[in-house]
Ligand binder design. Structure first.
Ligand code: TYM
Length: 328
């Protein structure tokens, strides 16, 4: 039997090249090697207020994007988290086995809570729901970007604690990070991770940005006071651009060095922009074709939900039995 894989992405903002290089590109690569389930995690999205009409639309658009990047719905499941009630059922059972102090220590909770006037309970429970997403499918591997590492450690801690309280119930999930692109930084602020919520016009490159916009954003990216690429002294901005190039073109360190050493920043940026445009253009063409037929996407989401509900319900049943809850 193939090992199972789960990972998720929130249907908020517009997916950017950080999401793509940190996670999505890997999803495509491993989809035939494992039994994969990819979640559009709308229940995580609502931990911060979302305009309902917009959220509904973004869920379907994200499904279209996941297919456009190359996920094959005939082989891999693309599910909307809220369509499968087992996610929330398991999350409650895990909540009851999770010490609150573990949640208060999460760095994403601390930074997101700071930005809110009132902090909803969902924001604190966020990583428990994430643990439920993974443990529900007994996933052995979780391919994510580096910013999710702490949440995944917590998922393992919760699984371990549950197993020791109630007996072996959950598979221990391993984190899988890409070797290049695990943390893509903002183009305007290379000391901050590229994020959907940042508002700067040149911060992130959306997977749907027009080629001209992509090029403009890269040409304006923050570098440093050197005139040309110097691998000994380059700052975070240049490092980030070269990592983006390397991740998109899948070339070796030696190749990148030979290609860029001593190149003036203007020329370096032109090459990086050309590589990003070349990779994203075909995705954008497919995206437009796929989203022209919303009926197709609805069918994919429904079929996937039906397929995975069998495993999901099985885990909920096992967990209820382990905890002594009533199962008819
Ligand atoms: P989300 O929606 O913020 O991001 C989706 C994926 O993109 C990665 N990522 C990045 N990688 C590299 N550089 C960046 N700048 C960058 N920004 C985002 C993220 O690491 C992630 O892999 N909590 C998760 C969603 C989730 C999930 C799960 C993930 C819910 N349940 C279970 C794994 C397993 C999130 O908000 O991802």
């Amino acid at each position: 039997m193939k090992a199972r894989v789960f990972s998720g992405i929130q249907p908020t903002g517009s997916p950017h090249i950080g999401n793509y290089l940190g996670a999505l590109k890997n999803w495509v690569k491993i989809q035939h090697e494992y039994e994969c389930i990819w979640g559009i995690v709308d229940l995580h999205a609502i931990t911060i207020y979302q305009k309902p009409e917009e959220l509904r639309q973004k869920i379907v658009e994200l499904a279209g994007m996941l297919i456009a990047i190359g996920l094959d719905p005939a082989h891999t499941s693309i599910v909307v988290q809220s369509m499968i009630p087992a996610h929330t059922e398991l999350a409650w059972m895990l909540t009851c086995a999770t010490p609150i102090g573990w949640l208060e220590r999460m760095t994403q909770y601390k930074s997101k809570a700071q930005a809110q006037e009132t902090v909803g309970d969902g924001l604190l429970q966020y990583p428990v729901l994430m643990a439920a997403d993974i443990l529900l499918y007994q996933a052995a591997i979780v391919p994510v970007g580096d910013d999710q590492s702490q949440h995944l450690e917590l998922a393992r801690d919760i699984a371990q604690r549950f197993n020791s309280m109630y007996g072996e119930t959950f598979v221990m999930p391993a984190t899988s990070l890409p070797s290049v692109g695990a943390r893509v930084m903002g183009l305007d602020e290379p000391d901050k991770k590229m994020s959907k919520s940042s508002t700067g016009p040149n911060h992130a490159i959306s997977l749907l940005d027009d080629p001209k916009v992509i090029t403009k954003k890269i040409m304006r990216a923050t570098t440093d006071s050197n005139p040309a690429v110097d691998f000994e002294t380059m700052g975070a901005g240049v490092k980030n651009l070269l990592a983006i190039y390397q991740a998109f073109t899948e070339t070796s360190d030696d190749h990148v060095k030979a290609e860029f050493d001593g190149l003036r920043y203007g020329d370096m940026k032109k090459k990086v922009a050309a590589a990003v445009v070349a990779a994203l253009e075909p995705i954008q063409v497919r995206y437009r074709e796929i989203t022209a037929d919303p009926g197709y996407l609805e069918g994919v989401l429904k079929a996937s939900a039906e397929r995975v509900s069998v495993f999901a319900n099985d885990t909920v049943y096992k967990t209820k039995r382990a905890m002594g809850l009533y199962t008819a």
